[in-house]
Structure formats: structure tokens, C-alpha cells
Design a binder for this molecule. Structure first.
Ligand SMILES: *Cc1c(COP(=O)(O)O)cnc(C)c1O
Length: 399
């Protein structure tokens, strides 16, 4: 079945070149890179090349690359390591709009007695540097702030935050899962101590990621066991996926021009046309400090989930900013943190593009979405003419 795939921030297609590079390691070349025999040992060279490819994309040293099982593992590892290496410091600074991979870990640590400051964002989804400066305390062990938001695409001033952390002697970790491959990143020119990335967000397979740990940064492994990854992450290497991630990083570098020019042109046309054709909608996120591939739009008085179902019927894959929790519809924590009005927050959808999208994909959504919104508004119990009671609009109603 062919679909118009506009959900690349959720996961992306494995690049055909990546699959091809992986296949030998899922067939004939199944050796263990730690083996003494060359059948296995030779595979270590392929892992080394992948490490160099990942490092090259990020301006890192290959020794700074630790392969993990996913972005979530990288995030957990970074935060746990920071706390483990600084036992006298028991405070964490993060933002209110982090991915659950950071947010849940921080909340869990807070429940175990760690201090936690979650920075707010303004209506455009941007952090306030003054608030950031005030949040850092003498007992702060780590600041963990995402590079770019998965729901809105908003890009945080991580370079400045990293500088500030270095001045204050606090470790800085950035969840760069959405930024790697979409934005140029240079570890040499930035004071990032740790940076997380995930394969499946940049056309490598699911189940592989990396944590970049700057040389000289104190580090404690999350998984104990064998000596893989020079003792920093035990477990026999996911060789095929690591090779795939390496090539995906090399390809990302080659495609970065497309990511900077063609992809945002597609995104901007999609956004402009939808906003022009559909009344009572608003753009969520910063107008300029935003990933080139992402748009998040709210349509007043309709449910995001309903839009997605109808888009799905039309063969379009998109995502909503809301998550359905225990039968009640809860607007996304990101949009709530931005103070998006309740009647808008429920009707938000995210469209995220990639190098594999075309003008025809954009045309398809521009053609179909206005009718879908019109249909849903016609049957909505809420509308401009039939305003819901104030009680229905209060945030408590969603709980
Ligand atoms: C997808 C994502 C993750 C999680 O990565 P996985 O590899 O799926 O575990 C973490 N952070 C952000 C910002 C993401 O978009």
C-alpha cells in the first residue's frame, strides 16, 4: 500500500542504501566482533567505520561515540551517568517540553528525592535564558535540554546553554534525536558534554542509537557486563544496525543541502496553503527557530484524533499533538506548556517531512485536509456558533 508519509518525526524510512549495507551482517557475516578468529574479528573494522561516520557528521572524535539500543537508552544513560559521577550534586534542570525519554526519567528521579527544575517555555515554545541562568544551582549535576522539539520542531539555544553550563561547572546533555541529520551539528564548536541520537529518526533502523560523550567527561555505564564499547556499554553489538546508522549519518551529510532547501520549501508551501484555505487555525511553534521539516497546526473546535483518522482514510500518515490517556483526551504536554488555548490544543496535528517527500505529497494534503476539517466542524458539538460552556473549556474537563 502506498501512503503519503508525513510522520518522519515519529520514525523514518530506512534508506535503501542503508538496508543494502546492513544485509551482509544479517546473512553471511554474522561473526561476533569480539571473537579471536578473523571471521568475527573483521566485523570490528565495520563497527569502527560506523563510529567514524557518526563522529564525522557531528564533528566528534570516534572515541566519543558510544552505540546504544535507542535514543531512549542514550538519554537515560546520560542523565544517570551525570548523577552517578557527581554524588554530592542532587539537582537536575530540564524543560517542560522534553520527550518522555528525558521527562519520565527526570520525574522518576524526582520521586526518588532528586531536586528537579522544569523550565517553562513561552507561547512560541522558546526557553527563557534568564530563567535558565537562575535555575542552575550549586548542587545542579546536569542540565538536560533537547536540541529540537519533536512535536513543534522548535530549536532551543543549546549552544548558549552549553556555554553557560560550562561556565558554571555543570554537565550539559542535549537530546538531539530530532536535530541530527536535519541541522548541522559540531561538537568541536559547542560545549556539549553529552548528546543523544537515534537511528530511526534519520533513515537508519529502529533499535539503534548513540550517545556522544565528550573526551574528559566523567562517565559511568548504564549497562554493566562485557567490555564492549570500551567498557562504556556492555552487550554484544547490534552490528547490522550500527553499520546502518553509520551509513545513515554519512548519507545525512550528503543530503543536508536538501534538508536545508527543498524540504523547508515543501514544508512552507504546505503550511501556507493550509493556513490560507482553512479558517480558525494557528501555527504552533517559533516562526523561525524551527526544524526545516516540521509543522504543527491547530484547528479550533475539532479533535486531532478525528483529523488523523480521516487523513488515514485518505492515505496520509500524520500525528497529533495529543495522546489519548485512559479514555479521555489530554492535549500534549508541549502545547499545554506553551499555553495554547484549550479549544486549539485538542485539534493539533503535526506534519513532518523527509528527503523522500515530493510536491505531490504536499498537493495531496492541501487538497484533502480543508474538506476534512470542514466535515468535522459540521458535526462538532463545539463551534463558533455553538460555544461550549466555560466548564467544558476548563483544563480540568480533560482529566
Ligand atoms: C524519538 C525520540 C526519542 C526516542 O528515541 P528512540 O530511539 O525511539 O528511543 C527521544 N527524544 C526525541 C526528541 C525523540 O524524538
Amino acid at each position: 500500500m502506498s501512503v503519503v508519509y508525513l510522520d518522519n518525526n515519529a520514525t523514518s524510512a530506512v534508506a535503501p542504501e542503508v538496508l543494502e549495507a546492513m544485509l551482509p551482517f544479517l546473512t553471511g557475516r554474522y561473526g561476533n566482533p569480539s571473537s579471536m578468529h578473523s571471521f568475527g574479528g573483521d566485523v570490528a573494522r565495520d563497527i569502527r567505520r560506523a563510529r567514524e561516520q557518526v563522529a564525522a557528521l557531528l564533528g566528534a572524535d570516534p572515541d566519543e561515540v558510544i552505540f546504544t539500543s535507542c535514543g531512549t537508552e542514550s538519554d537515560s544513560t546520560a542523565i544517570h551517568s551525570a548523577l552517578e559521577c557527581n554524588p554530592s550534586k542532587r539537582h537536575i534542570v530540564t524543560s517542560r517540553v522534553e520527550h518522555p525519554a528525558v521527562r519520565s526519567v527526570c520525574k522518576w528521579l524526582a520521586s526518588k528525592g532528586f531536586g528537579l527544575t522544569e523550565l517553562s517555555v513561552n507561547p512560541q515554545g522558546m526557553l527563557d535564558m534568564a530563567e535558565m541562568e537562575q535555575a542552575i544551582r550549586p548542587d545542579t549535576a546536569v542540565v538536560s535540554v533537547m536540541y529540537a522539539n519533536n512535536e513543534t520542531g522548535v530549536i532551543f539555544p543549546v549552544a548558549r546553554i552549553a556555554e553557560l553550563c560550562r561556565e558554571r561547572g555543570v554537565l550539559f546533555h542535549t537530546d538531539a534525536v530530532q536535530a541530527v541529520g536535519k541541522l548541522p551539528i559540531d561538537m568541536k564548536r559547542n560545549a556539549f558534554d553529552m548528546l543523544s541520537l537515534s537511528g530511526h529518526k534519520l533513515h537508519a533502523p529502529k533499535g539503534v542509537g548513540a550517545l556522544i560523550v565528550r573526551k574528559g567527561t566523567k562517565f559511568t555505564p548504564f549497562l554493566q557486563g562485557g567490555h564492549q564499547e570500551r567498557g562504556r556499554r556492555a552487550g554484544t553489538e547490534n552490528v547490522a544496525s550500527i553499520v546502518g546508522l553509520g551509513l545513515a549519518c554519512e548519507l545525512a551529510q550528503r543530503w543536508i543541502e536538501d534538508e536545508k532547501t527543498r524540504v523547508p520549501r515543501l514544508r512552507d508551501r504546505l503550511e501556507k496553503e493550509l493556513m490560507a484555505r482553512i479558517p480558525d487555525c494557528r501555527l504552533n511553534g517559533h516562526p523561525t527557530e524551527r526544524l526545516p521539516n516540521t509543522t504543527n497546526i491547530s484547528f479550533e473546535f475539532v479533535e486531532g484524533e478525528a483529523i488523523l483518522l480521516l487523513l488515514n482514510e485518505a492515505g496520509v500518515c500524520a500525528s497529533s499533538g495529543s495522546a489519548c490517556t485512559s479514555g479521555s483526551l489530554e492535549p500534549s504536554h508541549v502545547l499545554r506548556a506553551m499555553g495554547v488555548p484549550f479549544t486549539f490544543a485538542h485539534g493539533s496535528i503535526r506534519l513532518s517531512l523527509s528527503r523522500y517527500n515530493s510536491d505531490a505529497d504536499v498537493d495531496c494534503v492541501i487538497e484533502k485536509l480543508p474538506g476534512i476539517i470542514q466535515r468535522l466542524r459540521a458535526i462538532s458539538p463545539f463551534s463558533r456558533d455553538r460555544m461550549p460552556s466555560p466548564a467544558m473549556l476548563s483544563p480540568e474537563h480533560s482529566h
